[in-house]
Write a protein that binds this ligand. Structure first.
Ligand code: RB5
Length: 148
């Protein structure tokens, strides 16, 4: 899969480990930064990942910050992005199965780096459930168009 990964300073170390793990698993990974633990602003990385996914330059994106929350708030401002904060394997899998989340946001100050790798893999492996979930996602798309 073509993946794009970004982090702020809070997620930098976890990102480095995640990128290595995803490449080792055979994915094509674009790392949009940040490049070290100097303080940066998470929306700057959310927009890089969100635009790559919304613009179909990547199949899916992963964003890491302290909690995952700021990244999700920012990424969800981009039309076409469905960013989900997840915290265990169940929420990671359901973000794919029910919400067809195309960006995963994780808290590197909440989860260990090894958990983050495991959750991202669980999300990538889970199929979208289709059926009633398509109808619900179409209602989200209508919201984006200002039609609801
Ligand atoms: C940065 O200190 C922190 O606010 C950020 O990583 C993230 O947790 C925001 O949601």
């Amino acid at each position: 899969m073509k993946l794009v990964v970004g982090a702020d300073h809070g997620g930098y170390r976890a990102k480095e480990r995640l990128v290595r793990a995803l490449m080792a698993a055979g994915h094509h990974v674009t790392d949009v930064g940040t490049i070290d633990e100097s303080s940066v602003d998470y929306p700057d990385f959310a927009v890089r990942v969100g635009r790559a996914v919304a613009g179909k330059k990547a199949d899916r994106g992963v964003l890491l910050c302290g909690t995952g929350i700021g990244m999700a708030i920012a990424a969800n401002k981009i039309r076409g992005v469905r960013a989900a904060v997840v915290w265990n394997k169940k929420t990671a899998a359901l973000a794919a199965e029910h919400n067809d989340a195309n960006v995963l946001c994780l808290g590197a100050r909440i989860l260990s780096s090894s958990s983050i790798v495991a959750l991202v893999k669980a999300w990538l492996a889970a199929p979208f459930g289709g059926d009633r979930h398509v109808r619900r996602i179409n209602k989200i798309r209508a919201l984006e168009r200002g039609n609801r």
